[in-house]
Write a protein that binds this ligand. Structure first.
Ligand code: UDP
Length: 254
């Protein structure tokens, strides 16, 4: 794992062309390093949100690694010539990194989810990956003015890999502000991954995942998400407009 990363722009958001193995290797290198590195699991809703939120857009641009979390982003990136074999989801990253962290004695910290979910997820991961050092776990329902104290607690724990599941954009903005103070080498936004680990929100069956229908499965299980999923048609419309503009010789979005 060396050299510069290939990347493409999807509606002005940088996407790094990595598969799960390369993403894991790069994040492990961050965790061993001394410059805190933020990792974003880039999803369709996030790209749409970035169109109207300059601070969020800047956070995505400054992140050390942006992996492809959703089928929408994957399809748009492939149309831009990206060579990405598959999505790299927050749950998969969490599992791959825990497997590697257990071997390399890298302490991890889980921050996010409803009370007790992070602790339960940590227990499950420790059972699955013998030798895993869980430096700490805390829920994600703390007031904004406790953020510095939360980051200090992470720093005291000695964690090198910090998984943050506060939902987007809160987790990305939280990491941008507090990763350095947390002392971790890598901070990864993982959305609802802890819920998936404890089985609170089951992942779609593999067949649905293979057919790229995980979004539909989630919509059927959690119908209240419909409003959030409106981002998908918006995303498709924006990608098409962007492509038409480009084919007419217009400048792509910066
Ligand atoms: N969450 C949190 N604090 C908050 C809001 C949300 O810890 O203030 C957690 C929530 O419990 C869930 C995760 O953030 O575990 C967000 O999950 P969601 O499925 O919305 O994220 P996605 O993977 O879709 O980005």
């Amino acid at each position: 794992m060396t050299g510069a990363l290939a990347s493409v722009e999807v509606l002005g958001c940088r996407l790094d062309c990595v598969d799960i193995d390369e993403a894991t290797a790069r994040i492990l290198a961050f965790a061993h390093g001394d410059r805190p590195a933020q990792v974003v699991t880039l999803g369709t809703e996030m790209v749409v949100a970035a169109q109207r939120d300059a601070r969020f857009r800047a956070t995505l641009a400054a992140s050390a690694l942006n992996v492809c979390d959703t089928v929408g982003v994957l399809a748009a990136a492939r149309r831009r010539g990206a060579r990405i074999s598959a999505r790299v989801t927050g749950v998969e990253l969490l599992e791959h990194l825990c497997a590697a962290a257990a071997k390399e004695a890298l302490p991890i910290y889980l921050l996010g989810g409803a009370p007790s979910v992070a602790i339960e997820a940590a227990q499950r991961l420790a059972e699955r990956f013998p030798g895993l050092r869980v430096a700490g776990a805390a829920d994600g329902y703390f007031p904004v003015d406790r953020s510095a104290a939360v980051a200090e607690a992470i720093a005291r724990s000695g964690a090198r890999l910090l998984f943050v599941g506060l939902g987007s954009p809160r987790q990305e903005l939280w990491l941008a502000d507090h990763l350095a103070a947390s002392g971790a080498g890598a901070g990864i936004g993982v959305g609802g991954a802890f819920d998936a680990i404890v089985g609170r929100v089951p992942r779609a069956p593999e067949r649905w995942q293979r057919l790229n229908l995980e979004w539909l499965y989630r919509l059927l299980r959690e119908p209240h998400r419909w409003r959030r999923q409106l981002a998908l048609p918006q995303f498709l419309a924006l990608v098409l407009i962007d492509e038409v503009r480009a084919s007419l010789g217009g400048r792509r979005r910066p």
